[in-house]
Design a protein around this ligand. Sequence first.
Ligand SMILES: Nc1ncnc2c1ncn2[C@@H]1O[C@H](COP(=O)(O)OP(=O)(O)OP(=O)(O)O)[C@@H](O)[C@H]1O
Ligand SMILES: [Mg+2]
Length: 356
Amino acid sequence: MYENAFSSLIDALLLVSRDGIVLKSNPAAWEMFRRSPDALESHPIADLFPDPADVECRIEGALTAGESYSDLECLAHRNPGGPAFPAGLTISPLLGKRGDCQGAVVMVKDLSLLKELEEGSRQVSTLSTAETLALRMAHEIRNPLGGIRGAAQLLGQELTDFDQREYLDVVIAEVDRINRMVEQMMQLTRPAGATFKETNIHKVLTDIILLEKDDLARRKNRVEQVYDPSLPPIEADQDQLKQVFLNLIKNAAEASGKKGRIQILTRVNSGYGIKTRPQGRTRQGVVVEIIDSGTGMDAETLKNVFTPFFTTKKKGTGLGLALSLKIVENHSGKIKITSEKGLGTTVQVLLPIRQR
Ligand SMILES: Nc1ncnc2c1ncn2[C@@H]1O[C@H](COP(=O)(O)OP(=O)(O)OP(=O)(O)O)[C@@H](O)[C@H]1O
Ligand SMILES: [Mg+2]
């Protein structure tokens, strides 16, 4: 039964000898550290942490003073020398039958999703301040706009001078532009109820590229599509996803300038999400990547891209990414952006295959 309990834990468990060598590890540890049992056991536990001093000191405390520690936050290596992820440690002395200390028990929790969710909730909170503001503004702006548009149309019917009518057309076109913006703003606060249907992501993407064909051709943008043929259909609201990818592809094209190259990649991601039940599998998801070799962003811009109304463009409204994030989150998905000034930007959209 002890063996079963050891293997069934969803958190990594390591038994460590008095001199800091891993004696035994459970399957969750092999998965968390992407190492075989052989690569974990009989190696120093310190190898798992980029900054092992703190961990070693606590293990020492458990070994010599019999102390226990919980919720110790630190960074751990996903694979040898690889990128680090946030981890939570619980360390206790491993006592023998006579109460003598034989080593330590170290339990490791992967906190990366938790941290991402925390960051995510910060994005949501900026949204909710904007929500009240957006709703009030939308309300105030829409009514007079209707009046202006109607009056301009009436005036247009009276005017015979062609030049003067042209001015009125500008008035109407600009009013329509503000109206679109206000509509987007209202969508941001109350996205229309999504209707989830089986959706082929590749069809959504090719539809958008067709829609944007003229704009892309005018800029001489080269669009490369690298699609994973095994990509399964996902449950999604097709129209809302179209809006997301339209925003992202437009952004990539706008950043790329003339003759810029845009890559659109799809693949299945089995590592998406997190185990929610002990024997549960990680949820499968699809990843769509939009990669441009355009202007890129500095750290300050990157920090603000999801903030409603944040824009660096003359005619931008700064709602594209805020709205896209909202839609993707409604699909229980995530958006990750990496960018380097002068080199380009990669936007990753992760979407689960099934809702619930
Ligand atoms: N692919 C990209 N490359 C470089 N900068 C980008 C990219 N995508 C977004 N940005 C930056 O993020 C800002 C916000 O983007 P967002 O799509 O939300 O608004 P926008 O494009 O400015 O306006 P719009 O509402 O018309 O989409 C942009 O103004 C730009 O500075
Ligand atoms: Mg945009």
